[in-house]
Design a protein around this ligand. Structure first.
Ligand code: ADP
Ligand code: ADP
Length: 224
């Protein structure tokens, strides 16, 4: 199980080059994408989620070109964007149910069983009837993971998940990500060095739309 990025380039219409020849092989487990603001992380994440196309280059997951059948790709993708909107007043359970239906989980009993399992896994079971719009930052991020995990994806794209979380919430979130990383490919974008060092067996450093270094965090430690 691996995601292969081959020579991706992207320049926005305003002339800003965001990706300048990104080539990476991303195996199962947690993979850190570290870089300063403007490095191109979100652009890369949106591209992997097939929400935008690169100007050139290829992405394959398990050997399949993800843009050849983007719909099939999205069906097995879990995406937690940097900012995700929630509908005011809608409970966690109902919002998960809504997302599940959008993801094509049409069997009601199976869908509810999956939602209940995810609410337990993300420690949100006792809050399931509360509005997500009233959740704390940490609860909201855990909810984001629950919605991303609906449909049992094999690839997770998680963009800057721990910004603004207190240490206890960050820990909880780390444990949750580690658990998920045992099963699937998880790409974690962040500008927090400690997140990558604690969580990711492998990582890449991105800057100015290029991969500066790739490898195990300990081997790159001098540059971090
Ligand atoms: P990061 O997530 O690492 O902060 P981004 O992918 O958001 O990096 O941005 C990479 C570069 O592309 C930056 O210079 C940013 O200003 C620019 N950029 C990002 N999104 C857009 C957009 N929609 N239109 C124009 N420029 C953009
Ligand atoms: P229906 O079959 O018409 O959806 P239900 O009685 O099964 O009616 O569900 C009513 C509402 O309660 C739905 O919005 C559903 O999403 C929500 N719901 C169902 N099970 C749970 C649960 N275990 N916890 C919280 N909300 C739930």
């Amino acid at each position: 199980m691996s995601l292969v990025l081959h020579n991706l380039t992207k320049t926005y219409p305003n002339g800003v080059p965001a990706l300048r020849g990104v080539t990476l092989t991303i195996p199962r487990g947690l993979y850190g994408l570290l870089g300063p603001n403007g490095a191109g992380k979100s652009t890369l994440m949106r591209t992997i989620a097939t929400l935008q196309a690169p100007d050139a280059g290829r992405i394959t997951f398990d050997g399949h070109d993800i843009f050849a059948d983007a719909e099939a790709h999205r069906a097995r993708l879990g995406y937690l964007p940097q900012d995700f909107g929630v509908y005011p007043g809608v409970s966690a359970f109902d919002l998960l149910e809504y997302v599940a239906v959008l993801k094509g989980l049409h069997d009601k009993a199976a869908r509810r069983a999956q939602i209940e399992g995810l609410l337990v896994q993300t420690n949100l079971w006792e809050h399931r009837k509360r509005a997500v719009s009233g959740f704390s930052g940490g609860m909201r991020q855990r909810f984001g993971i629950a919605q991303a995990l609906l449909g049992q994806p094999r690839l997770m794209v998680v963009d800057e998940p721990t910004a603004g979380l207190d240490p206890e919430e960050r820990n909880r979130f780390h444990n949750l990500l580690s658990e998920i990383g045992e099963q699937v490919v998880v790409i974690l974008s962040t500008h927090i060095v400690e997140d990558v060092r604690q969580l990711c067996p492998r990582m890449a450093i991105l800057a100015g739309g290029r991969v500066l270094r790739e490898g195990a965090p300990d081997a790159l430690v001098d540059e971090l």
